[in-house]
Design a protein around this ligand. Sequence first.
Ligand code: HEM
Length: 114
Amino acid sequence: MAGKAPAKKAVKKSPKKSAKKPVKKSVKKSAKKSAPVSFAKDIKPLFNATDVSHMKPMGVLLHNYSYMSDAAGGHAHAEAVKSKVQSGEMPPGAPWPASKVNLFIKWMTDGYKP
Ligand code: HEM
């Protein structure tokens, strides 16, 4: 029995999870224990009458909870809105500040609450 080193337990480092995470990094700052973002209370007021009236004929119903929270296509409606406000394309000529964009994103990551 001599001479043999005690069997080494292979302490495996926990495998790194793949870096494939959904995009939700901008929430950090407000992630403490803030109440979930509400569509009626927090999100709807972000869109003014001009936004709503210009987008309605294009079928983008900014003030409509069912439309905005629709899960179809991986929440395609909310994703499209997010993408436009994040890029600054919408509203045209009056890009949202990061605070508004982040609030919208938090509404999404909080689970599209009414
Ligand atoms: C926060 C406010 C707004 C949001 C979130 C928004 C969102 C969007 C989205 C998601 C689309 C793509 C629609 C599609 O491809 O089917 C779009 C297109 C468009 N929006 Fe808006 N919109 C906003 C405000 C406005 C305003 C105020 C105007 C006009 C003054 C406007 C004019 C247009 C036009 C002309 C298009 C078609 C051309 C393009 O895609 O760039 N939008 N918008």
